[in-house]
Design a protein around this ligand. Structure first.
Ligand SMILES: [Zn+2]
Length: 363
């Protein structure tokens, strides 16, 4: 990285809740004073940036793959400018490994392409696999990404006219094992009640959406430490999905509406059971980028998560989970500053007063 002016920030550092001086030298944090550093913020509350743990910078607005690295970067920059300094891309139809070290891009933890059964995802997005192909594709996509593999665990099954599992449990388990053997963690898309139970027990690392989770599943996730990324913004679109499907698949439409109605309680139960929750917006396609704060507020207001737990889920705990050390000695030089205490009023996260990414002032 090119030479950067050392930066100095003084404020209440969360989660420690102590007023501290922080220096950023290149792409590193230090608490040792640095001569000649430029003070960019005094007062305020300092976090290591927000994390969108489920979005898609490789899916263009309106659907379909992006076609250039610049388009993917433009999406990531919208998130960055809202204070999201790390992203887990939960499946990209367009590869963009060049952005891993790009100074303008947030920290990236990427899955390769979604893996699905034929006709069980959006057109042009996944690799469509036979049961025999799925474990091989999981190992390949582990290498295409930089830490994650994305499986589609269920989808509208036209023969059932309802949600149904994409693959038999033993096939999904073999794919999870293959991804793990290739060094990646596995995130799985599930809406229904059926697939998710077997996937949790097969050792999936994160459940995406998880509208169909039972209390037994939730207990099992808590026991195993399986992460839930509820994407409440996405679940808000279920009634529209139901409306469009009503004519052809009325049972599916009813199911989707029921899952939507029950969802805040599912997330609340998971939170109360101690399931690790992360904040993910599912931006890309139908959902705009830059809405991490909206998802945080929904988790707080509708699912009953405390402000400080939402902050952990959207910041320091999520960064640790993804391997991006925050505001510790030698951590990565990312931070956001808020003028007021976000623990007292979480709406503060909508308006960072300062954003620094990779040692460089963004705002
Ligand atoms: Zn998604």
């Amino acid at each position: 990285m090119r030479e950067l002016t050392p930066l100095h920030v003084r404020g209440v550092v969360l989660p420690d809740d102590t007023t501290r001086d922080i220096w950023l030298v290149g792409d590193r944090v230090t608490f040792e004073p640095v001569a000649g550093a430029e003070t960019i913020s005094e007062g305020g509350y300092v976090l290591p940036g927000l994390v969108d743990a489920h979005c898609h910078i490789g899916i263009a607005a309106g659907g379909g793959p992006v076609t250039t690295v610049e388009q993917a970067l433009a999406a990531a920059v919208i998130d960055r400018d809202a204070g999201t300094l790390a992203i887990r891309d939960a499946g990209s139809p367009f590869p963009y490994p060049d952005l891993d070290d790009h100074p303008d891009a947030p920290r990236l933890s990427r899955a390769g392409r979604h893996l699905a059964a034929p006709k069980t995802h959006l057109r042009g997005i996944p690799i469509e696999c036979s049961p025999e192909e799925l474990p091989i594709a999981a190992a390949e996509q582990a290498r295409a990404g930089n830490g994650w593999v994305k499986l589609v665990g269920d989808w509208l099954d036209r023969s059932l006219a309802d949600l149904g599992p994409t693959f038999e449990p033993d096939v999904l388990a073999a794919a999870i094992d293959a991804a793990h053997a290739a060094g990646a963690r596995v995130a799985v898309h599930t809406f229904s009640e059926t697939a998710v139970s077997t996937l949790i027990r097969a050792g999936v690392d994160s459940v995406e959406h998880g509208t169909g989770l039972s209390l037994d599943d939730i207990d099992e996730m808590a026991r195993r430490g399986t992460v839930l990324v509820p994407t409440m913004i996405n679940i808000e679109t279920f009634d529209d999905i139901a409306e469009r499907a009503e004519g052809k698949f009325p049972g599916y439409a009813t199911h989707m509406r029921a899952l939507h109605a029950a969802f805040p309680e599912v997330v609340r139960a998971a939170y109360e059971a101690g399931v690790p929750i992360r904040v993910g917006t599912d931006a890309g396609g139908a959902i705009p980028h830059g809405v991490c704060a909206d998802e945080m507020l929904m988790l707080h207001e509708r699912a009953g998560m405390s402000a400080v737990d939402v902050l952990a889920a959207a910041s320091w705990a999520a960064r640790e989970w993804l391997g991006f050390p925050g505001l510790i000695e030698g951590g990565l030089a990312d931070l956001v500053v808020y003028e007021a205490d976000p623990r007292a009023d979480l709406r503060v996260v909508r308006a960072p007063s300062r954003i620094v990414l990779k040692g460089r002032v963004i705002r």
